[in-house]
Design a protein around this ligand. Sequence first.
Ligand code: MBD
Ligand code: FE
Length: 255
Amino acid sequence: MSETKTNTRVSEIFDLFYKHLNNFLKEANPNHEEYTEFVKWADRLGRTGELPLFMDVFIESSVLKNMYADKPGTEPSLLGPYYVEGAPILEKPYKLPMRENEKGEKLKFSGTVKDVNGEPLANTLVDMWQDDADGYYSSFDSDAPPYNLRGRFYTDENGYFEVDTIVPIPYQIPTAGPTGEFLKMIDQHPYRPAHLHIMFKHKGYETLITQVFFEGDEWLESDVADGVRPSLMTKLYDGGDYKKASLDFVMRNEE
Ligand code: MBD
Ligand code: FE
């Protein structure tokens, strides 16, 4: 067994949590039955594997907003519960791995990656993942092969990239379990607007984990996970038998 040591950061955070929790409980004043119902619900949340989902829907956005307030560069957004490490490295022309008859509208997504001074960042590693035309993520709620609609590739000498994929659709978070139970009780719908997940890595720069959203989506204003940021919006254009969209990204220097 590994030895667990005193951790002053955990202590510091727990002291704060305990202080605010006690003030909160004083005000909310739950009775004992409400408390035991909550414990049973939290137990189901853990046992069904929905804890990461619940955390990323209700907590992650606030952590990010506090971390990145008033900083230059592209705003980060949620990593979410559906990231898988080690997606295939793609060869040019880049196309996210997909099934032979993958449903959905074809999308050519492009962009540039620059530093805060506007200098292009060549050879930036781009890691992308998204849902399919049924609204499912491979390796989670879908029977698609592992790494379907997940891939990694690099920006060119101008910091530019272009990748073929499909247009993501709004994502309905699972409603059958404890997270859905909770959403019903607070009268909140389970939708996230359609989004691409995208992560950028470049030596000497802060890893940028963010998302891309599309103008006109009906859930932009009420995203259940509060992941939408104005600077992460793009627009779908008609390219003939496919759609196209682009967005430019700015990475911050490592501190
Ligand atoms: C998602 O697809 C997502 O991106 C987040 C943050 C939470 C739940 C589902
Ligand atoms: Fe997502």
